[in-house]
Design a protein around this ligand. Sequence first.
Ligand code: NAP
Length: 249
Amino acid sequence: MNHIEVNFFRTMSVDDCFMGMSNTKTYILAGSNSAIAKETAIQLRSQNHRVIEISRSVPEGENQFQIEKYELGSFPKIEEKINGLVYFPGTINLKSFGQLSMQDFLQDFSIHVLGAVAFLKSYLNQIEKDGKSSIVFISSVAGSVGMPFHSSVSVSKAALEGLTKSLAAELAPHIRVNAIAPSLVNTPLGERFINSPEKLSAIEKRNPLRKVGAPIDIANMINFILSDQANWITGQVIGVDGGMNHIKL
Ligand SMILES: NC(=O)c1ccc[n+]([C@@H]2O[C@H](COP(=O)([O-])OP(=O)(O)OC[C@H]3O[C@@H](n4cnc5c(N)ncnc54)[C@H](OP(=O)(O)O)[C@@H]3O)[C@@H](O)[C@H]2O)c1
């Protein structure tokens, strides 16, 4: 009995109190209807962090804001101090270069890159400049690996990676900026590439770890990069991709 009481006291007094009060942070997720964003929000909330969601499809509610487009002037005013921003919006617009119109390139660039710029401009002044705050962009393996039919998404994600590095330099040592680059993940965006056993098997065979990603695989890394445990990491594009970016079997 004594043994149980002692352990309970130790846990409550050190870990829970620390997590519950002094370590609570506020994060804004743009594009919060993304499957990866939803998993990220679950993880952050389970650690007692405050999550503010912005999406074209989220119902308006406490800490939830609906906007029409990810562009300057659309983002809600949020007055409080922010510890981290994550920008999720993206597309997988795969067509041959000949089929991609100028409008396709413009639209993809606008969603992936200009939306991220507008998001950051909207909240940069509120971010705590304490050397721990963290901005995370979601790139793709297509940002650095050449793949057919990916020219539009590739242009956009490569630009996002450039923005990551440039901003990491400009905002150091006050704010960290990193990107995460997944390979194919099982979300509504990736679903059409794996919606039959044959397609799934073909995609799995191309991956060094023989696996399509799950939202939790990416959310785990986002969560880590947002956390103080990653406080010496900035300017990085981190592949969470089963090895697709660097391994050839
Ligand atoms: N799934 C993959 O295989 C994969 C691979 C590499 C990289 N990624 C990247 O991961 C990020 C999250 O995507 P996900 O896989 O989680 O897919 P998802 O669940 O289908 O979510 C799609 C995301 O893109 C936004 N979006 C979709 N169409 C849009 C449009 N026309 N205009 C503006 N926003 C639009 C959605 O915003 P709302 O919240 O407003 O709906 C949502 O944030 C994207 O940046 C994507 O490029 C995904």
